[in-house]
Design a protein around this ligand. Sequence first.
Ligand SMILES: Cc1cc2nc3c(=O)[nH]c(=O)nc-3n(C[C@H](O)[C@H](O)[C@H](O)COP(=O)(O)OP(=O)(O)OC[C@H]3O[C@@H](n4cnc5c(N)ncnc54)[C@H](O)[C@@H]3O)c2cc1C
Length: 484
Amino acid sequence: MSFPENQKKSIHHVVIIGGGFGGLYAAQTLAKAPVKVTLIDKRNFHVFQPLLYQVATGGLSPADISSPLRGILRHNKNTEILMGEVKNIDPQKQTVQLKYREISYDSLIVATGANHQYFGHEEWADKAPGLKTIEDALEMRRRIFIAFESAEKETDPKKREAWLTFAIIGGGPAGVELAGALAEIAHGTLTEDFRNINTKDAKIILIQSSDRILPSYAPLLSAQAQASLEQLGVTVLTGTRVTQMNNQMITVRHSDEFESIKARTVLWTAGMKASPMAQHLKECTGAELDKAGRVIVDRNFNIPGNENIFVIGDVANYAHQDGKPLPGVASVAMQSGKYVANLIKSLLQGKTISPFQYKDWGSLAVIGKHAAVVEMGFLKLSGFLAWAFWMFIHVFYLLEFDNKLIVMIQWAWSYFTMDKGARLITTPGEHPTIQLEEHDENLAQSPGLSQTIETVLLTEENAVVKNQDSNPTKSYVISNSGLD
Ligand SMILES: Cc1cc2nc3c(=O)[nH]c(=O)nc-3n(C[C@H](O)[C@H](O)[C@H](O)COP(=O)(O)OP(=O)(O)OC[C@H]3O[C@@H](n4cnc5c(N)ncnc54)[C@H](O)[C@@H]3O)c2cc1C
């Protein structure tokens, strides 16, 4: 592989789409190279996604886990940053199209990440928000704290119970971390704050389709994570799938039994789907996509037949190491960003570099403020030591991008005080009180819901279940006294 002669003479222009982990690492690696870099992102900031759950649960504020791209790259004199959404790429003309501007490139690095995957149930997106952006985290935070406020006002015990039931769908690291943090809020932080409810009554239910949570970890660590969550008061349902959802409840299926759970707050942390840019690349380059919509790339992260278009991070399927695609984690995005930047530098000097080798530094997930699980090769840790390790790694990375000393101080403070200072209900463009009242009115005004919600919905669900399955099934709701 080599670049055409004419590109080696004029200043080579590298356009990077996406200022996430992959795009930023590519830009940083090109900082001192004799190239011009243009980094385009639809946001003006980079988000440290592993800590989004902290924003969703009021432990940290958005600015604590975000850094302005211009600030991070301010010393890269060869780099310009443009805020805008790329809608079109023209591989023949070698241009990318922003709303009001076309930009030419010599090399293009696509690092546009991934979105949620609702597995064909896109209609669930409104009912069960996912956790991918700062806006998602704020929406989750709004729903979580509105639920406690609504429960405080509610006089009907059954409705109050529904407000105090939180279902989290997806038992990967994000779901586990969210469930642990939510349990700590309900069973710790908030216990003194309300007068009409005991927040310890809150039920946090983590629902996972496979037979164990954290399926990418060793079985022992999955079991330890489940035990830690249960200690915090989380109910873990494994081998369980959501089959239906509305604003009042979800229906789940374990083996051939169906269960309806009245939960006013449902949060989605399952599945991922490549960003829409992957589909566009398929249309304009003939790239092949996998089931998750990711672009299947060759050994150099190129789309086959397009040697100057590189696709990295979550939007790429790179399966040249052991035949399996590399996981959608930050270290893959960072290492692939660095690799393609070094490859571009070498090619411009007429050299090649050795093939990409992903170094797996391990996986970590935190469970509340005392426990975590860590898997690094043979090293498997759980409990407090793992938590301390998790903390160190995350703060280290935050510090790498920006001086986030404030995050460390805030964490230390909330660790000793159990306080979560960012428990704000904010609703962009709307008055939050109106929103809260509307929630209640919807509940009261829905036909028959206030008295007969259980009967109406269970009847509908049974009808659907019988149609699908021909077997009569049992449906029941979770109440304070258990399953009935
Ligand atoms: C809740 C959560 C928790 C996680 N926890 C961990 C963890 O603990 N450890 C770990 O290793 N990984 C974790 N991950 C995964 C990790 O964050 C991702 O693997 C990583 O962010 C992927 O980097 P990326 O550069 O490919 O994409 P991203 O970081 O998602 O960046 C994509 C960027 O592209 C921009 N963009 C998208 N489309 C366009 C467009 N058309 N035009 C312009 N800009 C565009 C976006 O605004 C965004 O800035 C977590 C992810 C989530 C969501």
